[in-house]
Write a protein that binds this ligand. Structure first.
Ligand code: PEP
Length: 256
């Protein structure tokens, strides 16, 4: 059976007001309504998850968090637990985003966050990706190591259908002209599946959903889907522009 595409909106630390958040959310809601084959996951800052959960949105749309604590509860000032996220009716958690990794999140921390997210019954979106590339291909070894360490000792039952967002750090937060080329994305998608097959077997590798993130805009979405052979996107800045995001969603839905 063909997998559904999935488009994740990572709002990061935006927008500044709830009023603006509601507007952006409403744009995504209206766009999601018309989709047949695509799921939409909106990940606002924590403070907006609860008020947005009160809005009625379509069945193919979900709320997600951008991060979660490695701990269940207790004296961890400033942290938000997966259970709290679940209680806000969010279903997804972005884990290991490069901007969190830049704040010191190691593969071991990401692994703990994956485990605790799975335990709580939420769906993690695991982000991986290299800082830079070189002709020697050391970025491939880097990606392999990220996957290995992040998935180490996780029970295989959790890994069926795992969502992995491949986000080369050098391509994040720019314009579509500076995104990774669809052909290169395709090579990495094949590589990620190969690594997954080595670690957890071919069935899990085939079941995984691999998304691309890094300057996806309406202009490059179609060729990334078609040539890159991904099953969706993780969208940063473009997800805050309702018209732009709508176009990306419609593109994701048409390509089946
Ligand atoms: C991101 O940070 O996850 C991301 C994909 O950002 P952008 O789309 O802005 O490159």
């Amino acid at each position: 059976m063909k997998k559904r595409n999935i488009v994740v909106a990572n709002w990061k630390m935006n927008p500044e007001t709830l009023e603006e958040a509601k507007k952006v959310f409403n744009g995504a809601r209206l766009a999601a309504k018309g989709l047949k084959n695509t799921d939409v996951v909106v990940c606002p800052p924590f403070s907006f998850i609860f008020p947005l959960s009160k809005v009625i949105y379509p069945k193919n749309m979900f709320l997600g968090a951008q991060n979660a604590s490695t701990e269940i509860k207790g004296a961890f000032t400033g942290e938000i637990s997966v259970e709290m996220i679940k209680n806000l009716s969010a279903k997804f958690v972005i884990v290991g985003h490069s901007e969190r990794r830049a704040m010191g999140e190691s593969n071991e921390i990401v692994r703990k966050k994956l485990q605790i997210t799975f335990n709580t019954g939420l769906t993690p979106i695991l982000c991986i990706g290299e800082k830079e590339r070189d002709k020697e291909g050391t970025h491939l070894a880097f990606i392999k190591n990220q996957i290995k360490e992040c998935l180490a000792d996780l029970h295989k039952k959790y890994l069926v259908g795992i969502i992995i967002a491949y986000e080369p750090i050098w391509a994040i937060g720019k314009s579509y002209k500076e995104a990774m080329s669809p052909t290169d994305i395709h090579v990495i998608v094949l590589y990620i599946r190969k690594v997954l097959a080595e670690i957890c077997g071919r069935d899990i590798a085939n079941s995984a959903k691999i998304l691309y993130g890094g300057s996806v805009e309406s202009q490059n979405a179609l060729e990334i889907l078609e040539i890159g052979n991904v099953e969706g996107f993780l969208v940063g800045h473009a997800s805050l522009k309702p018209e732009e995001f709508k176009e990306i969603l419609q593109t994701a839905d048409v390509k089946k």
